[in-house]
Design a protein around this ligand. Structure first.
Ligand SMILES: NC(=O)c1ccc[n+]([C@@H]2O[C@H](COP(=O)([O-])OP(=O)(O)OC[C@H]3O[C@@H](n4cnc5c(N)ncnc54)[C@H](O)[C@@H]3O)[C@@H](O)[C@H]2O)c1
Ligand SMILES: N[C@@H](CCCCN[C@@H](CCC(=O)O)C(=O)O)C(=O)O
Length: 397
């Protein structure tokens, strides 16, 4: 009996639920819980499996979570609510004896700050409780770390240069929309950029550096240097890395909207008083933007995310590019969600599967690259995110 509890009924939660339901041999009992139970019920209806249970929970409230965990008794929780809830859910897991997995590092609500320290601080407590916590198991972070671990295991003696490249070449036919939670997404991309070089972190202005990179089956796309959380764990776990960077594509139309949103103060997370009511401009913006969950139907094109790596094998320099391309329309046909939700939800399901099969079961708090990548890579191929490799090509970086 392997019971799984999915927390969060957004775009990613919907994909996780669909994928978990495709593996009854692993996930024998499933529950989806979120702030709004009717959203969980709608997912169950779309999947068409009435055995999936639903519940209402406020994941900011540890006691409420513990009560739910003690009544359903899951073996693992897949946290696909928001990064704000990571610590309360981890606390509740420790109190109720439940294993943990998420796709994004903890962020305080009042500060857009990305680092693992808050979650790594739980390592000893998870170890002592005999519980496993798997951090950052979406695509990036997630598959990006597994790709790096796979490269280190099979193709390099020493990884020296790592560039994670994330392209969304899809078209949803809206003037402006984000592909996952707009509040979380805009907080992330409006931050200063940051990359690692020769043992130091170098800070850049937001979206200051960009260059055209060529993505397979897509062509050249302007790619911007951003800070992304997996860089922190990857440079720690692969100390031979001399430089690690993260690049994400943005179109001019998207950037123009983003600039206007920032210039008029709508990206701010500082509460303001509006007619006697306290509102956060970015949260208000979220309420008027298209819902990322509704983008799938008319979405064309694909995403392409991968790792471009340079290093040494058998005394010789080698380059290696490992990537997945994911079609928005194929993702929508399978799960009702677009490719960005799909590329996040599938790895979260696989991570939970790795834990339940005993392959990634290790008390403590871990980033994905600290586990054996091979069984995970096999499951990516079987579950809709096949990967491809290019050896000794031009990395353009
Ligand atoms: N690693 C990756 O590749 C990657 C990529 C995209 C998104 N993500 C992460 O995936 C997560 C989900 O993204 P999404 O697009 O599905 O977001 P979403 O906003 O569509 O869904 C979030 C869900 O969590 C629920 N929720 C929020 N606060 C809650 C609370 N206090 N209690 C209970 N439920 C609560 C919401 O009601 C909603 O159902 C986010 O943490 C995001 O950062 C990771
Ligand atoms: N995997 C990414 C998903 C975000 C994709 C962001 N790119 C923008 C580009 C949009 C555009 O240029 O029109 C997007 O929202 O898809 C992550 O980890 O954050």
């Amino acid at each position: 009996m392997s019971k799984v509890l999915i927390i969060g009924a957004g775009g990613v939660g919907t994909v996780v639920a669909h994928k978990v339901a495709q593996h009854p041999e692993v996930f024998t009992e499933v529950m989806i819980a979120s702030r709004t139970q009717s959203k969980c019920d709608a997912i169950v209806k779309a999947i068409g499996n009435p055995n999936i249970k639903t519940a209402k929970v406020d994941a900011d409230n540890v006691d409420e979570l513990v009560t739910l965990f003690n009544s359903f008794k899951p073996e693992i929780v897949i946290n696909v609510a928001l990064p704000y809830q990571d610590l309360t859910i981890m606390e509740a897991c420790l109190k109720a004896g439940v294993n943990y997995l998420d796709t994004a590092n903890y962020e305080p609500k009042d500060e857009a700050h990305f680092e693992y320290s808050w979650q790594w601080a739980y390592k000893k407590r998870f170890e002592e409780a005999g519980l496993t916590a798997i951090l950052g198991c979406g695509f990036d972070p997630g598959v990006s770390g597994v790709y790096t671990a796979y490269a280190a295991k099979h193709h390099f003696d020493e990884i020296q240069y790592l560039d994670i490249v994330d392209c969304n070449a899809g078209n949803h036919h809206k003037a402006f929309a984000t592909n996952f939670n707009p509040e979380i997404n805009i907080r992330e991309i409006t931050q200063n950029g940051r990359y690692y070089e020769n043992g130091q972190w170098i800070t850049t202005q937001p979206l200051e550096f960009h260059k055209a990179l060529t993505y397979p089956n897509i062509g050249p796309r302007d790619s911007y240097l951003l800070y992304h959380e997996e860089l922190e764990s990857l440079v720690k776990n692969y100390p031979t890395i001399k430089r690690a960077r993260f690049w994400m594509t943005f179109g001019q139309e998207y950037l123009t909207h983003l600039r206007v949103i920032q210039n008029i103060g709508m990206a701010s997370i500082e509460p303001i008083n509006y007619n006697g009511m306290e509102i956060v401009p970015l949260q208000f913006l979220k309420a008027v933007l298209p819902n990322p969950q509704d983008l799938g139907e008319n979405y064309e094109g694909e995403t392409s995310i991968g790792c471009r790596i340079r290093g040494i094998k058998d005394g010789k320099e080698r380059t290696y590019y490992v990537y997945n391309n994911c079609s928005h329309q194929a993702a929508y046909q399978e799960t009702g969600m677009q490719g960005v939700s799909y590329t996040t939800g599938v790895p979260a399901m696989i991570g939970a599967m790795m834990y339940l099969k005993g392959l990634w079961k290790r008390p403590g708090v871990w980033n994905v690259e600290e586990f054996d990548p091979d069984p995970f890579m096999d499951e990516l191929n079987k579950n809709g995110l096949p990967w491809h490799e290019v050896f000794d090509g031009d990395l353009e970086l």
